[in-house]
Ligand binder design. Structure first.
Ligand SMILES: [Zn+2]
Ligand SMILES: [Zn+2]
Length: 644
């Protein structure tokens, strides 16, 4: 081997001798077969992702990234963003300014500055041009230049956004990628050429501030997605369509569950009667289940002295999420972002003994947290919400068993709502933490053992625990396979210390309890948002805000309809009546749109027989039955769904 040659090999594959300064592209072209190369998107050198443009200066082992590897889609999608920008400039001219174009979860975007708004017709034009570019199999190439030269070349006038980025990077040299006639400041990596982009779709356009700053230019952000094959794209587009149908904001409006109004304030939920009913049913079930599992219920206030939040550490560690203080009798108070200090207040109101442990207290506690206006989203992200909170105080020897109990109740309640598929994560000690190493070790082990005993698979998130203790997070999967973070179980060594909590042990001396924070649903708002999407608004009978609607055929059954209505209401069923002078088919259609489980149709025959004709929301007709039989049927159904 001469001095100017290097040896490049493919991990567990062939090798080749090349001139120093050769690229990954040259190496892989020499080593891989054509077929293999078409499957290869980029490569890794010692776990660092590089693309085909990377220059090799020493002996190297390359690990190809194939199209079905995890990193490949990200590379593809980011590359597609470049292609979209190239197409936008080809179609609408060079004077359109480009900002940034990263890959994101499930796709990519690119931000443009253009005077006119992008229209659906523009999308078609851009996509057509992208198709042409993809077919041309244009390679991605790379150049490096000094930042000074780059700013001179592209200039604030031509590329103001890129110029600002280069200035902020503050590096001596920057890299540019070229594809077709489009040059973009980028560190890569990209696919070898545009022919890898087999399937893509532009999805929507939205306004986005340059660098997320409301005082800067507002740009147009075009979102899109890309895949390595058409089938995968089609599957994704179908899933998007399905998710759109289930959007809880749309369904919440149609089913009259909740409303958010600017006049009231963004992120503040008004529950309409039907949504309030749904929430009441969930709350009642939650309270009953907790009572059965040996919890006691607490109620605590919405505000507290600022000094309390100082003691708890919230002001120092969580201050930016809290609302400003208010003076009451010259003392500062603040809205609560969490319920924990109040439960501690209840604990400290009495002397505690080891005999009463575990102490299990739960509360549907309404908290207020600051969220940026742009982050607010229906019921999913709000500014005031009710946590299904609980705090459990245990002795160290009780921790494992108690975690087992919590998991048991947690999974039982989730199952009742139809969630029996989930991913569980155990987060361990982060770099900054409080509490002794041995306590952390014991607590982490207790969490692990409890999950193993429960037969649960879990993943470990190393270093992702909260500073005050390890935690378990549960992500549930809904009916269309989407994941939602909801339950969390957290061990806390910090607050018992800060609030000088204690109990008298068997040895008659004072000890510090271990505190567990736990929420099953997370917040009622978010959980109900997830439930609406999970069920697509078609709630099971036990939580359906309205279980049945009475539909009379003509006015001659008005009196009998009223009698049935009163009878069913007295039996505790959730009933509505539609006695308008409308055609029956029209009334049926409306009840179906309202997704009410049962329609009770009353005509002359039913009136004469003293029965009701029962129709299920899917159109299925049940035999005519007495009111008593219908009540029994609903009660049985509720028991089978809820468990009692
Ligand atoms: Zn790029
Ligand atoms: Zn707490």
């Amino acid at each position: 081997m001469t001095m100017s040659n290097i040896k490049v090999s493919v991990h567990e594959g062939d090798s080749v001798e090349l001139a120093i300064g050769s690229t990954v592209r040259e190496a892989l072209e020499a080593i891989l077969s054509n077929r293999q190369r078409k499957q290869t998107v980029a490569a890794k050198i010692n776990n660092e992702v590089v693309d085909f443009t990377t220059v090799l200066t020493a002996d190297t082992v390359l690990t190809p990234i194939k199209i079905d590897d995890a990193e490949a889609l990200e590379i593809l999608r980011h590359s597609t963003a470049h292609i979209m920008a190239l197409a936008v400039r080809d179609v609408f001219g060079e004077n359109i300014k480009v900002a940034i174009g990263p890959s994101i979860e499930n796709g990519f975007y690119y931000d443009f500055q253009r005077d006119e708004a992008f229209s659906p017709e523009d999308f078609e034009q851009i996509e057509t041009r992208m198709e042409e570019i993809v077919r041309s199999a244009l390679p991605f190439t790379k150049t490096e230049m000094s930042s000074i030269e780059a700013i001179e070349k592209y200039g604030a006038k031509k590329e103001p956004f890129k110029t600002e980025l280069i200035q902020d990077l503050g590096k001596d040299t920057v890299s540019f990628y070229h594809v077709g006639g489009f040059t973009d400041l980028c560190k890569g990596p990209h696919v070898p050429d545009t022919s890898f982009i087999k399937a893509f779709k532009l999805l929507r356009v939205a306004g986005a501030y340059w660098r997320g700053d409301e005082n800067r230019d507002i740009l147009q952000r075009i979102y899109g997605t890309a895949f390595f094959d058409k089938k995968a794209l089609k599957k994704h587009l179908n899933a998007l369509e399905e998710a759109k149908k289930r959007d809880h904001r749309r369904l919440g409006k149609e089913l009259e569950l909740f409303t958010v109004q600017d006049e009231i304030g963004p992120g503040l939920i008004l529950w309409q009667p039907k949504g309030a009913q749904l929430r009441r049913l969930i709350e009642d079930y939650w309270k009953e289940e907790h009572y059965k599992h040996d919890y006691e219920l607490l109620y605590t206030p919405h505000i507290a002295r600022q000094a309390l939040w100082k003691t708890s550490g919230h002001l120092d560690f969580y201050g930016e999420n809290m609302y400003s203080s208010m003076a009451i009798d010259d003392v500062q108070y603040q809205l609560k972002p969490m319920n924990c200090p109040f439960h501690i207040g209840v604990y400290n109101s009495n002397k505690r003994s080891y005999r009463e442990f575990p102490v299990r207290w739960c509360e549907l506690g309404t908290v207020y947290r600051y969220e940026r206006a742009g982050a607010l989203h229906g019921l999913m992200r709000v500014r005031g919400f009710t946590q299904d909170d609980a705090h459990i105080f245990v002795r160290p020897d009780q921790l494992e068993e108690e975690i087992f109990n919590i998991l048991d109740l947690n999974l039982h309640i989730l199952k009742t709502f139809g969630f029996d598929d989930y991913d569980i994560y155990l987060s361990t000690r982060p770099e900054k933490y409080v509490g002794s190493d041995s306590n952390w070790e014991k607590a982490t082990k207790a969490l692990k053992l409890a999950m193993e005993k429960k037969g649960l698979d879990f993943e470990i998130d190393p270093g992702e625990g909260v500073f005050y203790g390890p935690k378990i997070d549960i992500k549930i999967k809904d009916q269309i396979g989407r994941s939602w973070q909801c339950s969390t179980i957290q061990v806390d060594f910090n607050l018992p210390e800060r609030f000088e909590m204690s109990y008298v042990g068997k040895d008659n001396t004072e000890h510090q309890p271990i505190m567990i924070h736990r929420a099953l649903m997370g917040s009622l708002e978010r959980f109900i948002g997830v439930l609406i999407e999970h069920y697509a608004g078609v709630f099971p009978t036990w939580i359906a805000p309205v279980q049945a609607r009475i539909l009379n055929i003509t006015d001659s059954q008005l009196d009998y309809s009223e009698k049935v209505y009163q009878q069913l209401r007295k039996a505790g069923l959730r009933i509505e009546k539609d006695i308008r002078n409308e055609k029956l088919n029209y009334k049926i259609r409306e009840a179906q749109v309202a997704k009410i489980p049962y329609m009770l149709i009353i005509g002359d025959k039913e009136k004469a027989d003293g029965t009701i004709a029962v129709r299920f929301r899917n159109g299925e007709n049940l035999p005519a039955m007495s009111v008593e039989d219908f009540v029994d049927r609903i009660r049985e159904e509720v028991v089978s769904e809820r468990g009692y």
